[in-house]
Design a protein around this ligand. Structure first.
Ligand code: URA
Length: 236
Protein backbone atom coordinates (compact mmCIF):
# COMPACT_ATOMS: atom_id res chain seq x y z
CA UNK A 1 0.00 0.00 0.00
CA UNK A 2 1.37 3.50 -0.79
CA UNK A 3 2.87 5.32 2.19
CA UNK A 4 3.28 9.05 2.49
CA UNK A 5 4.57 11.52 5.10
CA UNK A 6 1.88 13.17 7.23
CA UNK A 7 2.90 16.73 6.22
CA UNK A 8 2.95 15.77 2.53
CA UNK A 9 -0.45 14.09 2.80
CA UNK A 10 -1.98 17.23 4.32
CA UNK A 11 -0.23 19.46 1.76
CA UNK A 12 -1.63 17.30 -1.07
CA UNK A 13 -5.09 17.92 0.38
CA UNK A 14 -4.49 21.67 0.08
CA UNK A 15 -4.81 22.19 3.86
CA UNK A 16 -1.80 24.56 4.08
CA UNK A 17 1.77 24.88 2.82
CA UNK A 18 4.30 22.20 3.84
CA UNK A 19 6.06 24.73 6.15
CA UNK A 20 2.81 25.83 7.82
CA UNK A 21 1.81 22.19 8.21
CA UNK A 22 4.97 21.28 10.11
CA UNK A 23 4.01 23.93 12.70
CA UNK A 24 0.37 22.83 12.77
CA UNK A 25 1.40 19.19 13.34
CA UNK A 26 4.01 20.03 16.01
CA UNK A 27 1.36 22.12 17.79
CA UNK A 28 -0.66 18.91 18.33
CA UNK A 29 -3.60 19.89 16.15
CA UNK A 30 -3.51 16.74 13.99
CA UNK A 31 -4.79 13.29 14.94
CA UNK A 32 -4.05 10.01 13.17
CA UNK A 33 -6.51 7.19 13.87
CA UNK A 34 -7.79 9.20 16.84
CA UNK A 35 -4.36 9.79 18.44
CA UNK A 36 -2.54 13.14 18.38
CA UNK A 37 0.53 12.98 16.12
CA UNK A 38 3.23 15.66 16.42
CA UNK A 39 5.77 14.21 13.93
CA UNK A 40 5.42 15.70 10.43
CA UNK A 41 7.63 12.88 9.10
CA UNK A 42 5.28 10.12 10.35
CA UNK A 43 4.59 7.73 7.44
CA UNK A 44 0.97 6.72 6.79
CA UNK A 45 -0.95 4.31 4.59
CA UNK A 46 -2.88 6.78 2.44
CA UNK A 47 -5.82 4.47 1.86
CA UNK A 48 -6.54 3.53 5.45
CA UNK A 49 -5.24 6.26 7.82
CA UNK A 50 -7.96 8.41 9.41
CA UNK A 51 -6.55 11.92 9.69
CA UNK A 52 -8.24 14.85 11.37
CA UNK A 53 -7.31 18.48 11.97
CA UNK A 54 -8.68 20.25 15.05
CA UNK A 55 -11.06 17.31 15.46
CA UNK A 56 -12.44 17.54 11.91
CA UNK A 57 -11.96 14.46 9.71
CA UNK A 58 -10.11 15.03 6.44
CA UNK A 59 -10.50 13.04 3.25
CA UNK A 60 -7.49 12.07 1.16
CA UNK A 61 -7.86 12.10 -2.62
CA UNK A 62 -4.97 11.26 -4.86
CA UNK A 63 -6.37 13.43 -7.66
CA UNK A 64 -8.80 16.31 -7.73
CA UNK A 65 -11.45 17.23 -10.28
CA UNK A 66 -13.44 20.47 -10.46
CA UNK A 67 -15.86 22.05 -12.88
CA UNK A 68 -16.12 25.80 -13.36
CA UNK A 69 -18.46 28.12 -15.20
CA UNK A 70 -15.71 30.14 -16.87
CA UNK A 71 -16.73 33.76 -17.33
CA UNK A 72 -16.02 35.76 -20.48
CA UNK A 73 -12.84 37.86 -20.17
CA UNK A 74 -10.81 35.39 -18.07
CA UNK A 75 -7.79 33.50 -19.47
CA UNK A 76 -7.68 29.70 -19.49
CA UNK A 77 -4.22 29.54 -17.93
CA UNK A 78 -2.67 28.85 -14.54
CA UNK A 79 -0.98 32.25 -14.30
CA UNK A 80 -0.48 35.47 -16.22
CA UNK A 81 1.43 38.64 -15.38
CA UNK A 82 -1.35 41.06 -16.32
CA UNK A 83 -4.61 39.25 -16.91
CA UNK A 84 -6.94 37.34 -14.61
CA UNK A 85 -6.81 33.56 -15.05
CA UNK A 86 -9.27 30.82 -14.13
CA UNK A 87 -6.93 29.80 -11.29
CA UNK A 88 -7.26 33.31 -9.83
CA UNK A 89 -10.97 32.60 -9.35
CA UNK A 90 -10.25 29.76 -6.89
CA UNK A 91 -9.66 30.18 -3.14
CA UNK A 92 -6.06 29.72 -1.84
CA UNK A 93 -6.61 26.16 -0.55
CA UNK A 94 -7.60 25.03 -4.06
CA UNK A 95 -4.84 27.00 -5.78
CA UNK A 96 -2.37 25.02 -3.64
CA UNK A 97 -3.54 21.72 -5.21
CA UNK A 98 -1.67 22.37 -8.44
CA UNK A 99 -4.79 22.22 -10.61
CA UNK A 100 -4.62 23.01 -14.31
CA UNK A 101 -7.31 23.45 -16.99
CA UNK A 102 -8.43 20.50 -19.11
CA UNK A 103 -8.05 21.91 -22.63
CA UNK A 104 -8.87 25.57 -23.08
CA UNK A 105 -11.68 27.98 -23.70
CA UNK A 106 -10.89 31.26 -25.46
CA UNK A 107 -10.88 34.42 -23.40
CA UNK A 108 -14.20 35.41 -25.03
CA UNK A 109 -15.82 31.97 -24.52
CA UNK A 110 -17.77 31.16 -21.36
CA UNK A 111 -19.00 27.89 -19.91
CA UNK A 112 -17.90 24.48 -18.73
CA UNK A 113 -14.22 24.20 -17.93
CA UNK A 114 -12.71 21.25 -16.06
CA UNK A 115 -9.74 21.64 -13.74
CA UNK A 116 -7.63 18.77 -12.40
CA UNK A 117 -4.20 17.66 -11.26
CA UNK A 118 -4.53 14.33 -13.11
CA UNK A 119 -2.65 14.39 -16.44
CA UNK A 120 -4.09 11.06 -17.64
CA UNK A 121 -7.60 12.43 -17.14
CA UNK A 122 -6.76 15.46 -19.34
CA UNK A 123 -5.63 13.14 -22.09
CA UNK A 124 -8.78 11.01 -21.83
CA UNK A 125 -11.03 14.07 -22.10
CA UNK A 126 -9.31 15.95 -24.91
CA UNK A 127 -8.01 13.18 -27.15
CA UNK A 128 -10.31 12.75 -30.20
CA UNK A 129 -9.69 8.99 -29.84
CA UNK A 130 -11.72 9.04 -26.59
CA UNK A 131 -14.76 10.36 -28.53
CA UNK A 132 -15.80 12.67 -25.67
CA UNK A 133 -18.26 15.16 -27.18
CA UNK A 134 -18.03 18.89 -26.39
CA UNK A 135 -21.27 20.84 -26.92
CA UNK A 136 -21.36 24.59 -27.48
CA UNK A 137 -24.13 27.14 -27.71
CA UNK A 138 -23.30 29.77 -30.34
CA UNK A 139 -24.82 32.99 -31.57
CA UNK A 140 -23.63 33.97 -35.04
CA UNK A 141 -23.95 36.73 -37.57
CA UNK A 142 -26.56 35.61 -40.06
CA UNK A 143 -28.40 32.31 -39.71
CA UNK A 144 -26.87 28.88 -39.18
CA UNK A 145 -29.06 26.55 -41.25
CA UNK A 146 -29.47 22.98 -42.50
CA UNK A 147 -26.83 23.51 -45.20
CA UNK A 148 -24.35 24.39 -42.48
CA UNK A 149 -25.48 21.31 -40.56
CA UNK A 150 -24.82 19.12 -43.62
CA UNK A 151 -21.36 20.68 -44.11
CA UNK A 152 -20.52 20.08 -40.44
CA UNK A 153 -21.56 16.43 -40.69
CA UNK A 154 -19.25 15.94 -43.70
CA UNK A 155 -16.31 17.54 -41.85
CA UNK A 156 -15.47 21.21 -42.25
CA UNK A 157 -12.27 22.31 -43.97
CA UNK A 158 -11.02 25.47 -42.24
CA UNK A 159 -9.82 28.50 -44.19
CA UNK A 160 -6.17 27.43 -43.69
CA UNK A 161 -6.95 24.00 -45.17
CA UNK A 162 -7.19 22.11 -41.86
CA UNK A 163 -9.61 19.20 -42.09
CA UNK A 164 -11.95 18.81 -39.09
CA UNK A 165 -13.64 15.58 -38.02
CA UNK A 166 -17.37 15.31 -38.76
CA UNK A 167 -19.33 17.41 -36.25
CA UNK A 168 -22.95 18.28 -35.49
CA UNK A 169 -24.72 21.60 -35.89
CA UNK A 170 -28.28 22.04 -34.69
CA UNK A 171 -29.88 25.27 -35.95
CA UNK A 172 -32.07 26.92 -33.32
CA UNK A 173 -33.21 29.94 -35.37
CA UNK A 174 -32.59 33.60 -34.62
CA UNK A 175 -28.86 33.26 -35.37
CA UNK A 176 -28.49 30.64 -32.64
CA UNK A 177 -27.22 27.05 -32.88
CA UNK A 178 -25.71 24.21 -30.88
CA UNK A 179 -22.44 22.74 -32.14
CA UNK A 180 -20.99 19.40 -31.02
CA UNK A 181 -17.36 18.48 -31.70
CA UNK A 182 -15.05 15.68 -30.58
CA UNK A 183 -11.74 17.47 -30.97
CA UNK A 184 -10.27 20.73 -29.67
CA UNK A 185 -8.28 22.54 -32.33
CA UNK A 186 -7.33 26.16 -31.69
CA UNK A 187 -10.49 28.39 -31.92
CA UNK A 188 -12.15 25.40 -33.54
CA UNK A 189 -15.84 26.24 -33.29
CA UNK A 190 -15.29 29.90 -34.18
CA UNK A 191 -13.20 28.90 -37.20
CA UNK A 192 -15.69 26.22 -38.31
CA UNK A 193 -18.56 28.71 -38.27
CA UNK A 194 -16.41 31.43 -39.86
CA UNK A 195 -15.59 29.05 -42.72
CA UNK A 196 -19.38 28.96 -43.40
CA UNK A 197 -19.51 32.79 -43.41
CA UNK A 198 -21.14 32.86 -39.94
CA UNK A 199 -18.79 34.69 -37.55
CA UNK A 200 -19.40 33.86 -33.89
CA UNK A 201 -20.75 36.58 -31.61
CA UNK A 202 -21.31 34.50 -28.46
CA UNK A 203 -19.85 31.10 -27.55
CA UNK A 204 -20.58 29.06 -24.44
CA UNK A 205 -19.60 25.45 -23.68
CA UNK A 206 -22.63 23.57 -22.40
CA UNK A 207 -21.29 20.09 -21.74
CA UNK A 208 -18.37 17.69 -21.97
CA UNK A 209 -19.41 14.09 -22.52
CA UNK A 210 -22.45 13.51 -20.31
CA UNK A 211 -21.51 16.28 -17.86
CA UNK A 212 -23.57 19.45 -18.28
CA UNK A 213 -22.95 22.82 -16.75
CA UNK A 214 -26.43 24.21 -16.15
CA UNK A 215 -26.81 27.73 -14.82
CA UNK A 216 -26.59 27.04 -11.08
CA UNK A 217 -22.89 27.76 -10.58
CA UNK A 218 -23.04 31.22 -12.16
CA UNK A 219 -20.06 32.98 -13.81
CA UNK A 220 -16.84 32.06 -11.99
CA UNK A 221 -18.64 29.48 -9.83
CA UNK A 222 -17.09 26.05 -9.36
CA UNK A 223 -17.65 22.75 -7.58
CA UNK A 224 -15.76 19.54 -6.94
CA UNK A 225 -16.68 16.53 -9.08
CA UNK A 226 -17.37 13.20 -7.39
CA UNK A 227 -17.17 9.64 -8.72
CA UNK A 228 -20.71 9.89 -10.11
CA UNK A 229 -19.87 13.04 -12.08
CA UNK A 230 -16.81 11.35 -13.62
CA UNK A 231 -18.89 8.32 -14.61
CA UNK A 232 -21.50 10.64 -16.12
CA UNK A 233 -18.78 12.45 -18.07
CA UNK A 234 -17.37 9.31 -19.70
CA UNK A 235 -20.57 7.27 -20.04
CA UNK A 236 -22.47 9.62 -22.32
N1 URA B 1 -13.92 26.56 -30.00
C1 URA B 1 -13.62 27.87 -30.03
O1 URA B 1 -13.57 28.46 -31.10
N2 URA B 1 -13.36 28.50 -28.90
C2 URA B 1 -13.42 27.91 -27.68
O2 URA B 1 -13.20 28.54 -26.67
C3 URA B 1 -13.76 26.55 -27.65
C4 URA B 1 -14.01 25.89 -28.82
Amino acid sequence: MPQIRLDKLLADMGVASRRELREIIRAGRVQVDGVTETRPERKLEVDTALVSLDGKALRYRRFHYYMMDKPVGVLTATEDKTQQTVLDLLPPELRRLGLFPVGRLDKDTSGLLLLTDDGDFVHRVISPKSCVKKRYYAEVEGEADEEDAAAFSRGIVLKDGTQCLPAELEPLGGGRCVVTVMEGKYHQVRRMLASRGKPVLVLRRLSIGGLSLGEELGPGGFRELGENDLCTLFNA
